[in-house]
Ligand binder design. Structure first.
Ligand code: AMP
Ligand code: MG
Length: 448
């Protein structure tokens, strides 16, 4: 395990008060490790879980050469190229059992989709491509060639080949493939457990009486919602008061049970609160100002059992009695609602994806962007990454276009997220965007 100092050394040469977003992802990738523990699950319960080993196909799929169409199977060598081919129908091959008869030149067998190709036959004419009368068919010349409409055994998968690789996120297609191999159970990585709490004395829980200067806790709902979308077990710890005692208890309880601890609020510069002090006390934590908008301040680190135990004398017994053995990765996110969501998408998602054991390349870490033509000019300063809330639509000519969703792109304006279907990502070195210029968009469909 690399130390945080080691990893932080990789960031040297960068201005800690304006760290490029890409560097933050590199740091996080070095900091987090995929979970080691696995469990065996029935296929029907494995949706959205991460495959822990390669799955080798015990059989070929399909197991036999078979017909891709309802029609007539025959030997391609019977096809005439300059005149119609006439064939006598001598039997019917149904799906699910092999046709046992034997066949001569000039004969064919009526066949259903999926039925095993009778021995010696290699071509199928779909019924709508031939004329059928009584017990003969006629095929016009030039419309078919040998091998048409026949599926080969093993076309989908050959016995002994890797059907699915470790790190596969089990989507419906993957479950279907495993089912086609008669695999009733799979070995998956255990689900990540992620604890979250909001901090700040101005933050109210739903149902609390309104109070001047106070706001209702929206981050709790956006963050927990994202964690659930990503398939993780979310531990909702509510709002924690800005007092050393409450924060220490919350961090202790969170780190003792979760792979990652996420908080929002209290990481800004000059913040008159105890969150930062408590993070420092309990773990190895770096406080960054990231060259991005929104979401500049962020704390990232690790609460390690040894550090944690040494630092929390009061909770030592509680900790040793618990199953707490692993590091918890800590993300202290900014409190502004849009900044919280953007940092979740830009940094927390890739890090958790890696921790979950998933193939980060395939599942988009960094996410795969689509490109759309900007419908407006956008002001942008080189030297920071900007995430603007965008609505991607189709232009009259079918191409993709995007506009920002709200005149107010402020980091607290959550309605700009609600109206959007993606984030326009204006990269670190990018400058102003002209109307019609293509921009990258991180579509919400796919990341949340
Ligand atoms: P902070 O990062 O603590 O400086 O907070 C920045 C802004 O986000 C402030 O206006 C806070 O009131 C607001 N904020 C902090 N936490 C939350 C939360 N859980 N839900 C909604 N807004 C929040
Ligand atoms: Mg605050």
């Amino acid at each position: 395990m690399r130390s945080l100092d080691d990893i932080a050394a990789a960031l040297q040469g960068y201005d800690a008060s304006a760290l490029p977003a890409g560097k933050v992802n590199e740091f996080l990738a070095a900091l987090v490790q995929p979970v080691a523990q696995t469990e065996e699950l029935p296929l029907a319960q494995a949706l959205d879980r991460v495959l822990a080993s390669d799955m080798i196909s015990p059989i070929s799929v399909p197991p036999h050469d078979n017909s891709a169409m309802d029609g007539f199977a025959f030997a391609g060598s019977d096809l005439k190229t300059d005149e119609p081919t006439k064939l006598a129908v001598v039997g019917t091959a149904l799906a699910g059992k092999a046709w046992q008869g034997s066949i001569q030149a000039g004969q064919c067998v009526k066949i259903m989709t999926g039925a095993i190709m009778p021995v010696g036959l290699d071509t199928v004419v779909p019924q709508e491509m031939c004329s059928v009368d009584a017990d003969a068919i006629t095929i016009a010349p030039g419309i078919l060639k040998t091998g048409d409409n026949r599926r080969f055994a093993g076309e989908d998968l050959m016995a002994g080949s890797v059907a699915l690789s470790q790190g596969e996120l089990l989507a419906p297609a993957a479950l279907g493939l495993l089912a086609s191999l008669n695999m009733p159970t799979v070995q998956v990585y255990r689900k990540l457990k992620v604890a979250y709490f909001s901090t700040g004395d101005e933050v109210l829980s739903l149902g609390d009486a309104p109070r001047e200067g106070a706001i209702y806790d929206s981050n709790r709902y956006t963050v927990i919602g994202l964690l659930k979308r990503w398939g993780y077990e979310a531990v909702d710890m509510g709002v924690v008061r800005d007092s050393p005692g409450a924060l220490e208890a919350a961090f202790t309880q969170a780190a003792a049970q979760a792979d990652a601890v996420i908080t929002s609020g209290g990481v800004s510069v000059g913040e008159a609160d105890h969150t930062k002090a408590m993070m420092k006390k309990l773990g190895d934590v770096a406080f960054w100002k990231i060259a991005m908008r929104p979401g500049r301040p962020m704390a990232v680190g690790r609460i390690t059992p040894s550090v944690f135990k040494a630092k929390t004398a009061a909770s030592r017994e509680e900790i040793s009695a618990s199953s707490y053995q692993n590091d918890s990765i800590l993300f202290g996110l900014p409190g502004n609602p849009v900044a919280t969501m953007v940092t979740m998408l830009a940094f927390v998602r890739p890090a958790l994806l890696r921790m979950s054991g998933a193939n980060t390349q395939k599942y988009g870490s960094p996410p795969l962007y689509l490109q759309a033509a900007s419908q407006e000019s956008l002001r942008k300063k080189p030297g920071r990454t900007e995430y603007q809330r965008g609505l991607v639509t189709r232009a009259a000519d079918g191409s993709l276009q995007v506009r920002t969703t709200s005149s107010n792109q402020g980091s607290g304006v959550l309605s700009s997220m609600v109206q959007a279907n993606g984030l326009i990502v204006l990269h670190h070195d990018q400058g102003h965007v002209a109307i019609g210029e293509k921009v990258d968009v991180m579509m919400f469909e796919g990341v949340m």
